[in-house]
Design a protein around this ligand. Sequence first.
Ligand code: UDX
Ligand code: UDX
Ligand code: ADP
Length: 519
Amino acid sequence: PHGRVQNICCIGAGYVGGPTCAVIANKNPHLKVTVVDLSQPRIDAWNSPHLPIYEPGLQEIVELARDGSADRKPNLFFSTDVDAAIAEADLVFVSVNTPTKVSGTGAGFASELSYVESAIRKIAEVATTDKIVVEKSTVPVRTADSMREILSAIGKPGVRFEVLSNPEFLAEGTAIPDLLTPDRILIGSLVNESGLSAASALANVYAGWVPRDRIITMNLWSSELAKLAANALLAQRISSINALSAICEATGADVEEIAFACGTDTRIGSKMLRASVGFGGSCFKKDILSLTYISETLHLPEVAAYWRSVVDINEYQKDRFTNRIITCLYNSLTNKKIAVLGFSYKKDTGDTRESAAISIIKNLAGERAKISIYDPKVEERQIWQDLQGYGNVSSVAGAGSVKDFVTVENNVYDACADAHAIIILTEWDEFSNKAIAKPTAAQANKPTNGHASTNPRMDWSRVADTMKRPMFVFDGRNVVDARALEELGFRVECIGKPGTNWAKERMLQAQTGKGASPV
Ligand code: UDX
Ligand code: UDX
Ligand code: ADP
Protein backbone atom coordinates (compact mmCIF):
# COMPACT_ATOMS: atom_id res chain seq x y z
CA PRO A 1 0.00 0.00 0.00
CA HIS A 2 2.77 2.47 0.88
CA GLY A 3 4.77 2.61 -2.32
CA ARG A 4 7.86 4.61 -3.21
CA VAL A 5 8.68 7.66 -1.14
CA GLN A 6 9.09 10.89 -3.10
CA ASN A 7 8.40 13.62 -0.62
CA ILE A 8 9.70 13.67 2.94
CA CYS A 9 8.81 15.99 5.81
CA CYS A 10 10.77 16.10 9.07
CA ILE A 11 9.15 17.68 12.12
CA GLY A 12 11.91 19.10 14.33
CA ALA A 13 14.99 20.88 12.95
CA GLY A 14 17.22 20.00 15.88
CA TYR A 15 20.39 18.10 16.48
CA VAL A 16 19.00 14.89 15.02
CA GLY A 17 16.43 15.99 12.42
CA GLY A 18 18.63 18.62 10.74
CA PRO A 19 21.78 16.60 10.00
CA THR A 20 19.86 13.38 9.26
CA CYS A 21 17.61 15.02 6.67
CA ALA A 22 20.51 16.97 5.19
CA VAL A 23 22.27 13.68 4.47
CA ILE A 24 19.10 12.01 3.18
CA ALA A 25 18.50 14.92 0.76
CA ASN A 26 22.14 15.16 -0.25
CA LYS A 27 22.29 11.46 -1.12
CA ASN A 28 18.85 11.29 -2.79
CA PRO A 29 18.64 14.20 -5.28
CA HIS A 30 15.33 12.84 -6.64
CA LEU A 31 13.58 13.23 -3.26
CA LYS A 32 12.14 16.45 -1.90
CA VAL A 33 12.96 16.87 1.79
CA THR A 34 11.41 19.62 3.93
CA VAL A 35 12.49 20.11 7.53
CA VAL A 36 10.02 22.09 9.64
CA ASP A 37 10.16 23.58 13.12
CA LEU A 38 8.02 25.85 15.28
CA SER A 39 11.03 28.02 15.98
CA GLN A 40 11.43 30.77 13.36
CA PRO A 41 14.99 31.73 14.44
CA ARG A 42 16.08 28.12 14.14
CA ILE A 43 14.64 27.78 10.63
CA ASP A 44 16.17 31.12 9.64
CA ALA A 45 19.54 29.85 10.80
CA TRP A 46 19.19 26.67 8.71
CA ASN A 47 18.44 28.88 5.70
CA SER A 48 21.45 31.12 6.38
CA PRO A 49 25.21 30.64 6.01
CA HIS A 50 25.41 30.19 9.81
CA LEU A 51 23.73 26.89 10.62
CA PRO A 52 22.27 26.57 14.14
CA ILE A 53 24.47 23.60 15.00
CA TYR A 54 28.08 22.88 14.26
CA GLU A 55 29.17 19.46 12.98
CA PRO A 56 32.26 18.87 10.87
CA GLY A 57 31.18 18.36 7.25
CA LEU A 58 27.56 19.47 7.83
CA GLN A 59 27.84 22.83 6.08
CA GLU A 60 28.91 21.34 2.73
CA ILE A 61 26.24 18.63 2.87
CA VAL A 62 23.49 21.17 3.62
CA GLU A 63 24.65 23.69 1.02
CA LEU A 64 24.70 21.26 -1.90
CA ALA A 65 21.18 19.99 -1.20
CA ARG A 66 19.69 23.31 -0.06
CA ASP A 67 21.23 25.60 -2.68
CA GLY A 68 21.76 23.16 -5.55
CA SER A 69 24.60 23.34 -8.08
CA ALA A 70 25.13 23.46 -11.83
CA ASP A 71 23.92 19.89 -12.23
CA ARG A 72 21.38 19.51 -9.44
CA LYS A 73 18.26 21.28 -8.32
CA PRO A 74 17.78 22.22 -4.65
CA ASN A 75 15.91 19.44 -2.82
CA LEU A 76 16.33 20.37 0.87
CA PHE A 77 14.03 23.01 2.36
CA PHE A 78 13.69 24.48 5.85
CA SER A 79 10.36 26.03 6.77
CA THR A 80 7.99 26.92 9.61
CA ASP A 81 4.97 25.99 7.47
CA VAL A 82 4.42 22.70 9.26
CA ASP A 83 0.96 22.02 7.77
CA ALA A 84 1.98 22.46 4.15
CA ALA A 85 5.04 20.23 4.51
CA ILE A 86 3.03 17.46 6.19
CA ALA A 87 0.24 17.72 3.61
CA GLU A 88 2.48 17.07 0.63
CA ALA A 89 4.73 14.42 2.23
CA ASP A 90 4.35 10.67 1.90
CA LEU A 91 6.78 10.06 4.77
CA VAL A 92 7.02 12.17 7.95
CA PHE A 93 9.89 11.91 10.43
CA VAL A 94 9.04 12.94 13.98
CA SER A 95 12.28 14.29 15.40
CA VAL A 96 11.24 16.49 18.28
CA ASN A 97 12.74 16.72 21.75
CA THR A 98 11.86 14.18 24.48
CA PRO A 99 13.45 15.58 27.65
CA THR A 100 13.10 14.04 31.11
CA LYS A 101 9.83 15.09 32.75
CA VAL A 102 10.30 17.77 35.38
CA SER A 103 6.94 17.42 37.10
CA GLY A 104 4.00 15.06 37.46
CA THR A 105 4.03 11.26 37.32
CA GLY A 106 7.51 9.93 36.65
CA ALA A 107 9.10 13.36 37.19
CA GLY A 108 12.87 13.09 37.03
CA PHE A 109 12.74 9.75 35.19
CA ALA A 110 10.06 9.44 32.52
CA SER A 111 10.34 11.04 29.08
CA GLU A 112 8.24 14.08 28.32
CA LEU A 113 6.17 13.00 25.34
CA SER A 114 4.00 16.08 24.84
CA TYR A 115 6.10 17.34 21.90
CA VAL A 116 5.80 13.96 20.19
CA GLU A 117 2.08 13.86 20.83
CA SER A 118 1.42 17.34 19.47
CA ALA A 119 3.42 16.52 16.33
CA ILE A 120 1.36 13.34 15.85
CA ARG A 121 -1.92 15.19 16.37
CA LYS A 122 -0.82 17.73 13.79
CA ILE A 123 -0.08 14.98 11.25
CA ALA A 124 -3.48 13.38 11.88
CA GLU A 125 -5.31 16.68 11.46
CA VAL A 126 -3.56 17.78 8.32
CA ALA A 127 -3.21 14.54 6.35
CA THR A 128 -5.49 13.97 3.37
CA THR A 129 -3.27 11.29 1.79
CA ASP A 130 -1.65 8.14 3.24
CA LYS A 131 1.46 8.76 5.35
CA ILE A 132 4.30 6.73 6.72
CA VAL A 133 5.02 8.24 10.15
CA VAL A 134 8.54 7.57 11.45
CA GLU A 135 9.65 7.91 15.08
CA LYS A 136 13.17 9.35 15.08
CA SER A 137 13.08 10.77 18.60
CA THR A 138 14.15 8.38 21.33
CA VAL A 139 10.89 7.23 22.92
CA PRO A 140 9.78 4.65 25.50
CA VAL A 141 9.02 1.22 24.12
CA ARG A 142 5.41 0.96 22.82
CA THR A 143 5.09 4.69 22.09
CA ALA A 144 4.16 3.71 18.53
CA ASP A 145 1.00 2.16 19.98
CA SER A 146 -0.16 5.51 21.30
CA MET A 147 0.79 7.14 18.02
CA ARG A 148 -1.31 4.64 16.06
CA GLU A 149 -4.24 5.21 18.36
CA ILE A 150 -4.14 9.00 18.00
CA LEU A 151 -3.69 8.80 14.23
CA SER A 152 -6.65 6.50 13.79
CA ALA A 153 -8.85 8.47 16.21
CA ILE A 154 -8.23 11.85 14.59
CA GLY A 155 -7.25 10.98 11.02
CA LYS A 156 -9.68 11.60 8.14
CA PRO A 157 -11.66 8.56 7.00
CA GLY A 158 -9.86 6.61 4.31
CA VAL A 159 -6.42 8.04 5.12
CA ARG A 160 -4.06 5.26 6.15
CA PHE A 161 -1.10 5.69 8.47
CA GLU A 162 1.74 3.31 9.09
CA VAL A 163 4.04 3.96 12.07
CA LEU A 164 7.73 2.98 11.88
CA SER A 165 10.55 3.27 14.40
CA ASN A 166 13.90 4.43 13.03
CA PRO A 167 16.16 5.51 15.90
CA GLU A 168 19.29 7.57 15.34
CA PHE A 169 22.66 6.53 16.78
CA LEU A 170 24.85 9.51 15.88
CA ALA A 171 27.23 10.99 18.47
CA GLU A 172 27.94 14.72 18.74
CA GLY A 173 31.05 15.86 16.94
CA THR A 174 30.93 12.91 14.54
CA ALA A 175 27.33 13.26 13.32
CA ILE A 176 28.20 13.45 9.62
CA PRO A 177 30.64 10.50 9.46
CA ASP A 178 28.18 8.55 11.69
CA LEU A 179 25.37 9.29 9.20
CA LEU A 180 27.43 8.70 6.05
CA THR A 181 28.87 5.37 7.19
CA PRO A 182 26.56 4.06 9.90
CA ASP A 183 27.25 0.77 11.68
CA ARG A 184 23.60 0.04 10.97
CA ILE A 185 20.28 1.64 10.08
CA LEU A 186 17.50 0.24 12.23
CA ILE A 187 13.89 0.14 11.00
CA GLY A 188 11.08 -1.30 13.11
CA SER A 189 7.59 -2.01 11.77
CA LEU A 190 4.53 -4.08 12.43
CA VAL A 191 5.15 -7.49 10.93
CA ASN A 192 2.19 -7.43 8.52
CA GLU A 193 1.92 -6.59 4.83
CA SER A 194 1.35 -2.89 5.27
CA GLY A 195 4.05 -2.53 7.95
CA LEU A 196 6.63 -4.42 5.93
CA SER A 197 5.88 -2.44 2.81
CA ALA A 198 6.34 0.86 4.69
CA ALA A 199 9.62 -0.43 6.15
CA SER A 200 10.81 -1.34 2.70
CA ALA A 201 9.91 2.14 1.37
CA LEU A 202 12.02 3.73 4.15
CA ALA A 203 14.83 1.23 3.55
CA ASN A 204 14.93 2.39 -0.10
CA VAL A 205 15.58 5.95 1.07
CA TYR A 206 18.64 4.84 3.08
CA ALA A 207 19.76 2.53 0.29
CA GLY A 208 20.63 5.76 -1.55
CA TRP A 209 24.01 5.51 0.23
CA VAL A 210 23.96 2.75 2.87
CA PRO A 211 24.83 -0.85 1.86
CA ARG A 212 21.76 -3.11 2.08
CA ASP A 213 23.32 -5.46 4.62
CA ARG A 214 23.59 -2.56 7.07
CA ILE A 215 19.88 -1.80 6.90
CA ILE A 216 18.27 -3.95 9.58
CA THR A 217 14.52 -4.45 9.92
CA MET A 218 12.73 -5.86 12.95
CA ASN A 219 9.51 -5.51 14.88
CA LEU A 220 8.49 -2.07 16.13
CA TRP A 221 8.92 -2.76 19.83
CA SER A 222 12.38 -4.24 19.43
CA SER A 223 13.47 -1.22 17.44
CA GLU A 224 12.13 1.24 20.01
CA LEU A 225 13.79 -0.64 22.86
CA ALA A 226 17.06 -1.14 20.95
CA LYS A 227 17.78 2.58 21.00
CA LEU A 228 17.40 2.81 24.78
CA ALA A 229 19.31 -0.46 25.14
CA ALA A 230 22.26 0.75 23.04
CA ASN A 231 22.69 3.91 25.09
CA ALA A 232 22.23 1.98 28.35
CA LEU A 233 24.89 -0.56 27.36
CA LEU A 234 27.33 2.16 26.32
CA ALA A 235 26.83 4.10 29.55
CA GLN A 236 27.03 0.86 31.54
CA ARG A 237 30.53 0.23 30.18
CA ILE A 238 31.63 3.66 31.40
CA SER A 239 30.11 3.09 34.84
CA SER A 240 31.76 -0.34 34.97
CA ILE A 241 35.21 1.04 34.21
CA ASN A 242 34.60 3.94 36.59
CA ALA A 243 33.63 1.51 39.37
CA LEU A 244 36.88 -0.34 38.65
CA SER A 245 38.77 2.96 38.79
CA ALA A 246 37.80 3.25 42.47
CA ILE A 247 39.29 -0.19 43.15
CA CYS A 248 42.42 0.80 41.20
CA GLU A 249 42.96 3.93 43.28
CA ALA A 250 42.71 1.87 46.47
CA THR A 251 45.00 -0.94 45.37
CA GLY A 252 47.71 0.55 43.17
CA ALA A 253 46.34 -0.96 39.95
CA ASP A 254 46.10 1.35 36.92
CA VAL A 255 42.70 1.65 35.24
CA GLU A 256 44.22 2.36 31.81
CA GLU A 257 46.10 -0.93 32.05
CA ILE A 258 42.90 -2.67 33.15
CA ALA A 259 40.97 -1.21 30.19
CA PHE A 260 43.73 -2.27 27.82
CA ALA A 261 43.99 -5.77 29.27
CA CYS A 262 40.22 -6.30 29.16
CA GLY A 263 39.62 -4.50 25.87
CA THR A 264 41.94 -6.83 23.95
CA ASP A 265 39.46 -9.65 24.62
CA THR A 266 37.43 -9.50 21.40
CA ARG A 267 34.30 -10.43 23.36
CA ILE A 268 34.72 -7.22 25.38
CA GLY A 269 36.25 -4.80 22.85
CA SER A 270 38.23 -1.66 23.58
CA LYS A 271 35.77 1.19 22.99
CA MET A 272 33.90 3.20 25.64
CA LEU A 273 36.24 2.01 28.40
CA ARG A 274 37.95 5.31 29.22
CA ALA A 275 37.64 6.00 32.93
CA SER A 276 36.48 9.55 33.58
CA VAL A 277 34.92 11.95 36.06
CA GLY A 278 31.60 10.66 34.75
CA PHE A 279 29.68 10.62 31.50
CA GLY A 280 27.61 13.61 30.40
CA GLY A 281 25.76 14.65 27.26
CA SER A 282 22.08 14.93 26.47
CA CYS A 283 21.34 11.21 26.04
CA PHE A 284 22.91 8.73 28.43
CA LYS A 285 21.38 9.84 31.70
CA LYS A 286 18.01 10.69 30.16
CA ASP A 287 17.74 7.35 28.39
CA ILE A 288 18.79 5.24 31.37
CA LEU A 289 16.35 7.05 33.63
CA SER A 290 13.66 6.41 31.04
CA LEU A 291 14.59 2.71 30.97
CA THR A 292 14.47 2.65 34.77
CA TYR A 293 11.02 4.20 34.76
CA ILE A 294 9.76 1.78 32.12
CA SER A 295 11.04 -1.16 34.22
CA GLU A 296 9.26 0.18 37.28
CA THR A 297 5.97 0.65 35.49
CA LEU A 298 6.29 -2.94 34.21
CA HIS A 299 6.66 -4.10 37.86
CA LEU A 300 10.27 -5.15 37.34
CA PRO A 301 11.93 -3.49 40.37
CA GLU A 302 15.13 -5.60 40.18
CA VAL A 303 15.64 -4.57 36.56
CA ALA A 304 14.94 -0.94 37.43
CA ALA A 305 17.51 -1.08 40.24
CA TYR A 306 20.11 -2.59 37.91
CA TRP A 307 19.89 0.22 35.36
CA ARG A 308 19.47 2.85 38.03
CA SER A 309 22.84 1.79 39.45
CA VAL A 310 24.54 2.87 36.21
CA VAL A 311 23.45 6.45 36.90
CA ASP A 312 24.19 6.07 40.63
CA ILE A 313 27.80 5.06 39.91
CA ASN A 314 28.10 8.06 37.62
CA GLU A 315 26.98 10.41 40.40
CA TYR A 316 29.22 8.57 42.89
CA GLN A 317 32.21 8.98 40.56
CA LYS A 318 31.80 12.77 40.53
CA ASP A 319 31.50 12.93 44.33
CA ARG A 320 34.40 10.52 44.80
CA PHE A 321 36.60 12.72 42.64
CA THR A 322 35.64 15.79 44.68
CA ASN A 323 36.39 13.92 47.91
CA ARG A 324 39.83 12.96 46.68
CA ILE A 325 40.55 16.62 45.97
CA ILE A 326 39.40 17.65 49.45
CA THR A 327 41.43 14.93 51.17
CA CYS A 328 44.60 15.76 49.24
CA LEU A 329 44.20 19.49 49.93
CA TYR A 330 44.36 18.84 53.67
CA ASN A 331 40.59 18.68 54.13
CA SER A 332 39.95 22.33 53.46
CA LEU A 333 39.24 24.21 50.26
CA THR A 334 38.03 27.38 51.95
CA ASN A 335 39.26 30.38 49.93
CA LYS A 336 41.77 28.25 48.03
CA LYS A 337 41.96 29.02 44.34
CA ILE A 338 41.17 25.97 42.24
CA ALA A 339 41.65 26.06 38.46
CA VAL A 340 39.09 24.01 36.54
CA LEU A 341 40.25 23.12 33.04
CA GLY A 342 37.41 22.03 30.76
CA PHE A 343 33.67 22.56 31.11
CA SER A 344 32.10 20.78 28.09
CA TYR A 345 30.86 17.20 28.50
CA LYS A 346 33.52 15.89 26.11
CA LYS A 347 36.26 17.42 23.98
CA ASP A 348 35.70 19.08 20.61
CA THR A 349 32.27 20.42 21.49
CA GLY A 350 30.94 23.54 23.20
CA ASP A 351 27.98 21.54 24.52
CA THR A 352 27.68 21.42 28.31
CA ARG A 353 24.46 19.44 28.81
CA GLU A 354 24.83 17.13 31.85
CA SER A 355 28.56 17.87 31.92
CA ALA A 356 30.31 16.39 34.97
CA ALA A 357 31.97 19.80 35.40
CA ILE A 358 28.68 21.31 36.54
CA SER A 359 28.21 19.01 39.54
CA ILE A 360 31.89 18.98 40.48
CA ILE A 361 32.03 22.78 40.50
CA LYS A 362 28.90 22.80 42.61
CA ASN A 363 30.64 20.44 45.06
CA LEU A 364 33.75 22.63 45.18
CA ALA A 365 31.61 25.72 45.69
CA GLY A 366 30.03 24.00 48.68
CA GLU A 367 33.56 23.76 50.15
CA ARG A 368 33.95 27.53 49.65
CA ALA A 369 36.75 27.23 47.14
CA LYS A 370 37.54 30.08 44.72
CA ILE A 371 37.01 28.51 41.33
CA SER A 372 38.55 29.70 38.11
CA ILE A 373 37.26 28.07 34.93
CA TYR A 374 38.85 27.80 31.51
CA ASP A 375 37.39 25.98 28.50
CA PRO A 376 38.54 26.56 24.92
CA LYS A 377 35.04 26.40 23.37
CA VAL A 378 32.27 26.82 25.92
CA GLU A 379 30.89 30.36 25.94
CA GLU A 380 31.10 32.27 29.21
CA ARG A 381 27.38 33.03 29.08
CA GLN A 382 26.70 29.28 28.98
CA ILE A 383 28.85 28.65 32.07
CA TRP A 384 26.95 31.24 34.10
CA GLN A 385 23.65 29.81 32.93
CA ASP A 386 24.66 26.25 33.89
CA LEU A 387 25.94 27.27 37.33
CA GLN A 388 22.85 29.32 38.09
CA GLY A 389 20.54 26.65 36.80
CA TYR A 390 22.12 23.90 38.87
CA GLY A 391 20.31 24.32 42.15
CA ASN A 392 21.34 27.54 43.84
CA VAL A 393 25.11 27.35 43.92
CA SER A 394 25.39 30.64 45.68
CA SER A 395 23.28 29.45 48.59
CA VAL A 396 25.41 26.30 48.79
CA ALA A 397 28.50 28.43 49.12
CA GLY A 398 26.84 30.89 51.42
CA ALA A 399 28.02 33.67 49.13
CA GLY A 400 26.01 36.46 47.57
CA SER A 401 26.31 35.43 43.95
CA VAL A 402 28.01 32.83 41.82
CA LYS A 403 30.35 35.51 40.56
CA ASP A 404 31.68 36.03 44.09
CA PHE A 405 33.49 32.72 43.98
CA VAL A 406 33.66 31.70 40.33
CA THR A 407 35.61 33.43 37.58
CA VAL A 408 35.76 32.47 33.92
CA GLU A 409 39.10 33.03 32.18
CA ASN A 410 39.85 33.00 28.48
CA ASN A 411 43.27 31.44 28.81
CA VAL A 412 44.77 28.64 30.81
CA TYR A 413 47.53 30.73 32.44
CA ASP A 414 45.19 33.23 34.07
CA ALA A 415 43.04 30.38 35.29
CA CYS A 416 46.02 28.64 36.92
CA ALA A 417 47.93 31.63 38.36
CA ASP A 418 48.12 31.41 42.18
CA ALA A 419 46.01 28.24 42.20
CA HIS A 420 46.53 25.52 44.77
CA ALA A 421 45.28 22.89 42.38
CA ILE A 422 44.43 22.28 38.73
CA ILE A 423 41.47 20.05 38.00
CA ILE A 424 41.09 18.64 34.50
CA LEU A 425 37.45 17.81 33.70
CA THR A 426 37.41 17.62 29.87
CA GLU A 427 39.97 15.78 27.75
CA TRP A 428 40.89 18.74 25.49
CA ASP A 429 44.15 17.97 23.64
CA GLU A 430 45.69 21.26 24.73
CA PHE A 431 45.78 20.13 28.39
CA SER A 432 47.85 17.05 27.62
CA ASN A 433 51.60 16.80 28.01
CA LYS A 434 51.78 13.30 26.57
CA ALA A 435 53.90 12.57 23.51
CA ILE A 436 51.76 13.19 20.43
CA ALA A 437 50.97 9.92 18.70
CA LYS A 438 51.26 9.99 14.91
CA PRO A 439 47.69 10.16 13.54
CA THR A 440 46.47 7.01 11.82
CA ALA A 441 45.51 7.25 8.14
CA ALA A 442 41.82 7.24 9.12
CA GLN A 443 42.30 10.09 11.62
CA ALA A 444 44.31 12.13 9.11
CA ASN A 445 41.43 11.89 6.63
CA LYS A 446 38.74 12.96 9.09
CA PRO A 447 37.18 16.34 8.37
CA THR A 448 38.61 19.05 10.59
CA ASN A 449 36.35 19.88 13.47
CA GLY A 450 35.75 23.61 13.90
CA HIS A 451 35.08 22.83 17.54
CA ALA A 452 38.41 21.13 18.00
CA SER A 453 40.76 23.37 19.92
CA THR A 454 43.37 24.90 17.66
CA ASN A 455 45.28 26.26 20.65
CA PRO A 456 48.79 24.98 21.23
CA ARG A 457 49.43 22.57 24.10
CA MET A 458 49.62 24.39 27.43
CA ASP A 459 53.09 25.01 28.85
CA TRP A 460 53.04 23.17 32.17
CA SER A 461 56.37 24.60 33.34
CA ARG A 462 55.05 28.14 32.80
CA VAL A 463 52.00 27.22 34.88
CA ALA A 464 54.20 25.70 37.59
CA ASP A 465 56.03 29.00 38.03
CA THR A 466 52.84 30.79 39.02
CA MET A 467 51.14 28.27 41.31
CA LYS A 468 50.96 28.00 45.08
CA ARG A 469 53.07 25.27 46.72
CA PRO A 470 52.51 22.35 47.00
CA MET A 471 51.06 22.22 43.47
CA PHE A 472 48.37 19.65 42.76
CA VAL A 473 46.95 18.32 39.51
CA PHE A 474 43.77 16.24 39.59
CA ASP A 475 43.31 14.67 36.19
CA GLY A 476 39.73 13.45 35.74
CA ARG A 477 40.36 12.30 32.15
CA ASN A 478 43.85 10.76 32.18
CA VAL A 479 45.21 13.20 29.65
CA VAL A 480 48.50 13.96 31.44
CA ASP A 481 51.73 12.03 31.75
CA ALA A 482 51.97 12.11 35.55
CA ARG A 483 55.67 11.23 35.74
CA ALA A 484 56.63 14.20 33.52
CA LEU A 485 54.55 16.56 35.67
CA GLU A 486 56.09 15.17 38.86
CA GLU A 487 59.49 16.13 37.46
CA LEU A 488 58.22 19.71 37.30
CA GLY A 489 57.27 19.47 40.98
CA PHE A 490 53.54 18.70 40.70
CA ARG A 491 51.72 16.20 42.87
CA VAL A 492 49.50 14.35 40.44
CA GLU A 493 46.28 12.43 41.10
CA CYS A 494 44.79 10.73 38.05
CA ILE A 495 41.44 8.98 37.91
CA GLY A 496 41.89 5.23 38.48
CA LYS A 497 45.58 5.45 39.37
CA PRO A 498 47.53 5.64 42.59
CA GLY A 499 48.53 9.27 43.27
CA THR A 500 52.02 10.72 43.73
CA ASN A 501 52.22 9.97 47.46
CA TRP A 502 50.19 6.80 47.33
CA ALA A 503 52.96 4.41 48.47
CA LYS A 504 54.04 6.71 51.29
CA GLU A 505 50.48 7.07 52.56
CA ARG A 506 49.96 3.32 52.41
CA MET A 507 53.11 2.72 54.47
CA LEU A 508 51.92 5.26 57.01
CA GLN A 509 48.56 3.57 57.13
CA ALA A 510 50.20 0.17 57.72
CA GLN A 511 52.39 1.57 60.51
CA THR A 512 49.80 3.58 62.38
CA GLY A 513 46.63 1.82 61.41
CA LYS A 514 45.24 5.11 60.15
CA GLY A 515 46.51 7.92 57.94
CA ALA A 516 45.21 9.58 54.87
CA SER A 517 42.93 7.36 52.89
CA PRO A 518 43.99 7.17 49.27
CA VAL A 519 40.41 6.70 48.15
C1 UDX B 1 34.62 -18.05 31.29
C2 UDX B 1 35.34 -17.01 30.46
O1 UDX B 1 34.77 -16.96 29.14
C3 UDX B 1 36.81 -17.33 30.34
O2 UDX B 1 37.49 -16.29 29.65
C4 UDX B 1 37.39 -17.49 31.75
O3 UDX B 1 38.76 -17.81 31.65
C5 UDX B 1 36.61 -18.53 32.54
O4 UDX B 1 35.23 -18.15 32.58
P1 UDX B 1 33.56 -20.43 30.80
O5 UDX B 1 32.94 -20.34 32.16
O6 UDX B 1 34.19 -21.71 30.43
O7 UDX B 1 34.65 -19.28 30.59
O8 UDX B 1 32.46 -20.22 29.70
P2 UDX B 1 31.76 -19.02 28.93
O9 UDX B 1 31.61 -19.50 27.52
O10 UDX B 1 32.37 -17.68 29.09
O11 UDX B 1 30.33 -19.02 29.57
C6 UDX B 1 30.08 -18.80 30.97
C7 UDX B 1 28.60 -18.84 31.25
O12 UDX B 1 27.95 -17.71 30.69
C8 UDX B 1 27.90 -20.07 30.66
O13 UDX B 1 26.96 -20.53 31.59
C9 UDX B 1 27.23 -19.52 29.42
O14 UDX B 1 26.12 -20.27 29.06
C10 UDX B 1 26.86 -18.12 29.89
N1 UDX B 1 26.71 -17.15 28.78
C11 UDX B 1 27.75 -16.83 27.96
C12 UDX B 1 25.52 -16.50 28.60
O15 UDX B 1 24.55 -16.72 29.33
N2 UDX B 1 25.40 -15.57 27.58
C13 UDX B 1 26.44 -15.27 26.75
O16 UDX B 1 26.29 -14.41 25.84
C14 UDX B 1 27.65 -15.90 26.93
C1 UDX C 1 25.95 9.21 22.77
C2 UDX C 1 26.06 7.90 21.94
O1 UDX C 1 27.47 7.63 21.70
C3 UDX C 1 25.30 8.01 20.63
O2 UDX C 1 25.34 6.76 19.94
C4 UDX C 1 23.85 8.38 20.94
O3 UDX C 1 23.11 8.52 19.72
C5 UDX C 1 23.81 9.69 21.74
O4 UDX C 1 24.58 9.55 22.95
P1 UDX C 1 27.25 11.54 22.75
O5 UDX C 1 26.53 11.83 24.05
O6 UDX C 1 27.27 12.59 21.71
O7 UDX C 1 26.62 10.22 22.04
O8 UDX C 1 28.78 11.25 23.11
P2 UDX C 1 29.71 10.05 23.54
O9 UDX C 1 30.95 10.23 22.75
O10 UDX C 1 29.05 8.72 23.49
O11 UDX C 1 30.09 10.42 25.06
C6 UDX C 1 29.13 10.49 26.10
C7 UDX C 1 29.82 10.78 27.42
O12 UDX C 1 30.56 9.65 27.89
C8 UDX C 1 30.82 11.94 27.38
O13 UDX C 1 30.71 12.71 28.56
C9 UDX C 1 32.16 11.25 27.33
O14 UDX C 1 33.20 12.02 27.86
C10 UDX C 1 31.89 10.03 28.20
N1 UDX C 1 32.78 8.89 27.91
C11 UDX C 1 32.75 8.33 26.66
C12 UDX C 1 33.60 8.38 28.90
O15 UDX C 1 33.62 8.87 30.03
N2 UDX C 1 34.39 7.29 28.61
C13 UDX C 1 34.38 6.70 27.39
O16 UDX C 1 35.12 5.71 27.20
C14 UDX C 1 33.54 7.23 26.38
P1 ADP D 1 17.14 16.47 19.18
O1 ADP D 1 18.49 16.49 19.85
O2 ADP D 1 16.31 15.26 19.52
O3 ADP D 1 17.19 16.73 17.70
P2 ADP D 1 16.42 19.26 19.67
O4 ADP D 1 15.91 19.85 20.94
O5 ADP D 1 17.76 19.63 19.15
O6 ADP D 1 16.30 17.67 19.86
O7 ADP D 1 15.37 19.54 18.49
C1 ADP D 1 14.00 19.33 18.57
C2 ADP D 1 13.30 20.42 17.73
O8 ADP D 1 11.93 20.06 17.61
C3 ADP D 1 13.33 21.80 18.35
O9 ADP D 1 13.93 22.70 17.43
C4 ADP D 1 11.83 22.16 18.59
O10 ADP D 1 11.55 23.51 18.33
C5 ADP D 1 11.16 21.26 17.58
N1 ADP D 1 9.76 20.94 17.89
C6 ADP D 1 9.25 20.49 19.05
N2 ADP D 1 7.91 20.26 18.95
C7 ADP D 1 7.56 20.59 17.68
C8 ADP D 1 6.33 20.57 16.93
N3 ADP D 1 5.19 20.14 17.48
N4 ADP D 1 6.37 20.98 15.64
C9 ADP D 1 7.51 21.40 15.06
N5 ADP D 1 8.71 21.42 15.71
C10 ADP D 1 8.73 21.03 16.98
